[in-house]
Ligand binder design. Sequence first.
Ligand SMILES: [Zn+2]
Length: 466
Amino acid sequence: MGRILVAGGTVVTAAETMQADVLIDGEKIVALLASDGSAAGDVDTVIDANGKLVFPGSVDAHTHMEIPFGAATSKDTFETGTRAAAWGGTTTIIDFPIQMKGDSLLGSFEETMAKADGNAAIDYGLHQIVGDVNPQTMAELDLVFKEGVSSYKLFTAYPGVYYSTDGEISSVMQWAADNGSTILMHAENGSVIDLLREQAIAAGNTDPIFHALTRPAALEGEAAHRTIILAEQTGAPLYIVHISAKEVVAEISVARSMGQNVFGETCPQYLYLEQALLDQGFEGAKFVCSPPLRDPAEGHQAALWTGLATGDLQVVATDHCPFDYEGQKTLGRGDFTRIPNGLPVVEHRFPLLIHAALADGLLTLNRMVDVAATTPAKLFGIYPKKGTIAVGSDADLAVVDPAGRSVLSAATHHMNVDYSCFEGMELHGTIDVVLSRGSVVVADGKFHGDRRHGRYLRRGLNQLLR
Ligand SMILES: [Zn+2]
């Protein structure tokens, strides 16, 4: 802590790229200075960023630490998951209290607050999952809103667990339209998917590939279309999470062109991985998530990259929800419907996006920062405290060596899970130093963070509403 100068680097924000030194005092950025160091005055620590890129610490707007899915609980706790996030240059996560059928909404919020408190290496906010719309829930929504939760997630998938009817969704949307909250939507047609799953199992089609084949892209597109209309009717801002299908990109593009407050998120797994990975006998269970990985021959991945570049999609988050292969994914041997859904991604999202910009030219560096940090901070009401490098912002930074190379592997990653879904991928760029609110969390290949450092973020409203 004290006064830190990040010297000699190239500062990259969503808006510009500039040679500048970043001066930090305590937890905040206090100046951007000419790179000759002349104006910095006395500093306690100099971090040499010569030849390096200096990014804002990135914001992962969608993680699931230690949550139940069927018979399993996701392996990363807030402690292990935020530590892994920091290794990957992510300095803010937004996680989810989960209300399931029969639970109290407020109770689920308080339970997650207690789990995270004192167990996070980086700062965190919470979106609230609304899994049981009833009069008590409607009353408790106001109480959770007062705690700095400005976004609420509903599901058209998972009947009997999280699913809400169109009427239930509309009633929460009406509430959100009144106070300006944003509705997050898991958009897949759950009741048709359940029918297809039952039919697959009855026909003896039990391998992981049938997870993908029973969740067709058209049913993701249909649910997105339907919920966009419900949002338009009620006036609620809508953010569709973890988009995997080109059909949804098209729906969002149309709605946005009509002026509607609709936003879209995709994830590295949908950008980089493909459906064929599920088709390798039971090993395919390592790649089971919902919505499923898609076939590139159908144009989904290309549409997602294009959407990010053009602005039809605004955010890359992870839906991080790791389950061990041994003992957890294997619960679904002989019945793919019992495989816990979710992938370990939180550590690798930002490095994969940096690689996409540096090596593949799929996004400019500035647009990459926008989708990884700046826009999620704006959408979820924590900008410019988070998501950029500016005077007055939290000193959350990632110093990256563009000439470095890293190989993703379960042998070296820091997520608490026994496999990597990106095993062996070589990336351009290494994350050399990470700061969270002026504290060095990662440097010299070591973790210097503290699980008591991370603070809960009370969030404001969506800053991108028209
Ligand atoms: Zn999720």
